[in-house]
Design a protein. Sequence first.
Length: 155
Amino acid sequence: MNHSPDSYRSIDPDTPSATDLKKGSRRALWLTCGIFTAVILLFFLCAAFIFGIMALTFGSMKSSAPYQQALAAAQTNPQAIQALGEPIKAGLLLSGSINLNGDSGYASLQIPVSGPKGKGTIYVEAEKYDNAWHYTRLELQVDGRTAPISLNTEN
């Protein structure tokens, strides 16, 4: 009779061997890494989608006539240049809305601007009729000043 240590080992088919445990650990590690990668990828896809929507929205607002005309009015207005300095540049995050319906529409915008001497906000309220924009409010509010600077040349 052989009395070596191997002969006393019980052979139970339900008991995992060391090799089986290593394979299970590897599978769990790969599964964890896969889930982590999927979550990160989903996060970046959502962020890219949101960034894309924002870029389209801001791009369309910045290409609109009220935005372009308001910024040009501020950049050529002597009082605005004196208050903010040259060049006057628009900030990245504007707010407001533009609604167009054929030849008519409405715009309400707040455009952050800055120059070497200071910062401010251009406020735009305009209606589009007769295929042209008519401004009810077009003014620059400079930070630290109480009175706004009128940019409206229609008056």
